[in-house]
Design a protein around this ligand. Structure first.
Ligand code: NIG
Ligand code: FE
Length: 411
């Protein structure tokens, strides 16, 4: 089946032959005015200027007159498999409680874990697939989903099996991350090593046995997991081929970034707090810094200093952090706007951060994140967007006309 997208007003994100873009490169995007793309089944097989389009053989034609077309968003950090919501904690915060105070009283992640442990596989799948369908409609074509609201072997496996079933049933590209080290279950509060051992000796082998995860994550933070515990867990994960992608520097800089880089982390995520040593540790590494501005927006905590990272010639990726406690939205369009408004990123930098750099943060840069022959046909056809910067500028506006994932029309 061949589909020809014709008369595209501007085709954005033509591949530049790099795994990711960093520093000043982030402010460059290759585009073609009045363009076409030819897709065969899942794959982009040709693209170029409309006047050079020789293809007569397509089974279907999509007229893209007036539309800017961009690669679908690559959201490299979510927790979208969860049970229920935490709307009551949201109201508590409005009344003055902090996120950390709520967590210290057994709310927060432990609240979500209790809910998830009591939810059946089928019900959890049902709640999660609605969120997945929602982000696909908003233009997300690749997503990483973490476990970490189970915190028992059984419940962590339940989450990862839900992710696996989502992977089997939807055209969106999904990567799974094991985040057993998300919080310390109450029964292990006085026996932290006991939980780390459970994670390493029981959960990891069971997960590896069913091949349920691509990455391993740890919430490295005061009151959660120390740098030393993180290193122990990452080393154990590496034995099963799990690559680190970690939560670091959300509230405190503990040295987790340097440790993660040492363990060849694919990404370090959050970074609302960032030191000169952290920048040094990232320089020359293959680790992608990931900013999650939706979390800062929702919690009222500082925004990741993306300008500092880019000015230090580093890359930045943008992701939603979609989760019930700190970012209950999977809308990448809003994340782009927030990145421009609050992180001072240019629209071009934000689009690179949400496409190619996001794909890199999931180890998907060979198949996604730019317009290239042989890459997957994941496309957003916009509407009412006169120029590229209008996308993040018009925050809250629905500029997505059609979404194609692996060549299939989603909306
Ligand atoms: O990325 N920081 C750790 N984990 C999530 C939030 C988890 C929650 O509050 O449920 C995050 O912000
Ligand atoms: Fe997160």
């Amino acid at each position: 089946m061949k589909v020809l997208f014709k008369h595209i007003k501007q085709l954005v994100g033509i591949d530049v032959g790099r795994a990711f873009v960093a520093g000043a490169q982030m402010n460059e995007l290759n585009t073609i005015e009045n363009a076409f793309i030819l897709v065969e089944d899942e794959i982009i097989i040709d693209y170029g200027k409309m006047e050079e389009c020789m293809h007569q053989e397509s089974d279907e034609i999509v007229d893209c007159r007036g539309s800017i077309v961009v690669p679908a968003w690559c959201d490299s950090h979510t927790h979208l498999v969860y049970a229920g919501n935490r709307e009551s904690e949201f109201v508590d915060r409005i009344k003055g409680a902090t996120y950390e105070e709520i967590a210290a009283k057994g709310g927060g992640i432990l609240n979500s874990a209790r809910k998830l442990q009591q939810t059946s596989f089928d019900e959890l799948y049902e709640q999660s697939r609605k969120r997945l369908e929602g982000i696909m409609r908003m233009g997300t074509g690749a997503v990483e989903i973490k476990s970490g609201y189970g915190l028992t072997t059984e419940a962590e496996l339940k989450m990862l099996r839900v992710i696996k079933k989502l992977k089997e049933n939807y055209p969106i590209q999904i990567k799974a991350t094991f985040l057993g080290a998300h919080a310390m279950p109450t029964e292990f509060k006085k026996n932290k090593q006991g939980y780390t051992s459970l994670l390493i000796d029981e959960m990891l082998p069971a997960i590896a046995d069913e091949n349920l995860a691509d990455f391993i994550d740890v919430f490295c933070e005061e009151g959660y997991f120390s740098v030393q515990e993180m290193e122990q867990i990452l080393e154990a994960g590496a034995k099963y081929g799990l690559v680190p992608k970690v939560h670091v520097n959300q509230f405190n800089a503990l040295g987790g970034i340097a440790a993660a880089v040492k363990h060849n982390a694919r990404s370090v995520d959050h970074l609302e707090v960032l030191t000169v040593q952290d920048i040094k540790a990232l320089t020359g590494s293959n680790t992608m810094p990931v900013a999650l501005p939706g979390c800062s927006f929702f919690l009222g905590i500082p925004y990741t200093p993306a300008r500092t990272l880019i000015n230090a010639n580093l890359p930045v990726a943008l992701a939603t952090d979609y989760n019930p406690g700190s970012a209950p939205s999977g809308n990448m369009n809003f994340v782009l706007s927030t990145a421009c408004i609050k992180l001072n990123m240019s629209p071009t930098e934000a689009i690179n951060a949400a496409t190619l750099n996001g794909a890199y943060a999931m180890n998907l840069e060979d198949s996604l994140g730019s317009i290239k022959k042989g890459k997957l046909a994941n496309l957003i056809i916009t509407q009412n967007v006169p120029s590229l910067g209008y996308l993040p500028y018009s925050f809250g506006e629905d500029n997505v006309k059609h979404v194609y994932l692996k060549g299939q029309k989603i909306v």
